[in-house]
Design a protein around this ligand. Structure first.
Ligand SMILES: Cc1cc2nc3c(=O)[nH]c(=O)nc-3n(C[C@H](O)[C@H](O)[C@H](O)COP(=O)(O)O)c2cc1C
Length: 161
């Protein structure tokens, strides 16, 4: 098809259903812990160590991320499909049991037993369409060498062979 300014949103969604991506949960603290599931995570720069993710400005998490000094970015492990689903559910108490977490560096909520975690200082927010690109500098991090990634593809969670 020819793609122009009137690209059908269903086609756009269909195109990105083809894109396989690792699943992240991004958290921060406002007056309470806030977090959401995201597949828009990108490694942006090595020196300095920057990453980016995209957040809908209509999301319930946006006002917290708009003001956040620090966020925690977690790569989920393949056994954490329930965590991914919880942090994508509108209106849910995403930090209620059984999600295991604790406050980490700079007071951000850090989820337990993840594939990897990175605490970032937010450097830049760029509004783009109905989303914002958020750029963070990694200031503390760790990973679990034995875990394998949770993957999102074609509208569902899957894992690597
Ligand atoms: C696998 C998956 C990936 C997602 N990736 C993003 C993302 O990168 N950016 C975003 O703004 N929302 C993303 N979402 C949607 C948010 O997780 C979801 O909109 C939000 O948590 C819904 O909450 P709200 O209604 O409280 O805003 C994703 C959802 C799923 C299930």
């Amino acid at each position: 098809v020819t793609v122009d300014a009137t690209l059908d949103p269903q086609l756009f969604r269909g195109l990105f259903r083809r894109h396989a991506a690792g699943v992240a949960v991004i958290t921060t603290t406002a007056d309470r812990p806030v977090g959401f599931t995201a597949t828009s995570l990108v490694a942006l720069s090595l020196e300095p160590p920057l990453l980016s993710f995209n957040l809908s400005r209509t999301s319930s998490s946006w006002s917290a991320v708009e003001d956040a000094e620090y966020v925690a970015v977690h790569l989920l492990a393949e056994h954490q499909e329930d965590v991914a689903a919880t942090f994508a559910r509108s209106g849910a108490d995403r930090f209620a049991t059984p999600t295991a977490w604790d406050f980490g560096p700079y007071g951000v909520p850090v989820l337990e037993d993840v594939l990897a975690w990175m605490v970032c200082r937010v450097e830049t927010r760029v509004e783009a369409g109905d989303h914002a690109v958020v750029i963070g500098r990694v200031v503390e991090a760790g990973y679990h060498p034995e875990h394998r990634p949770l993957v999102y593809h074609d509208g569902g969670f899957t894992r690597l062979l």
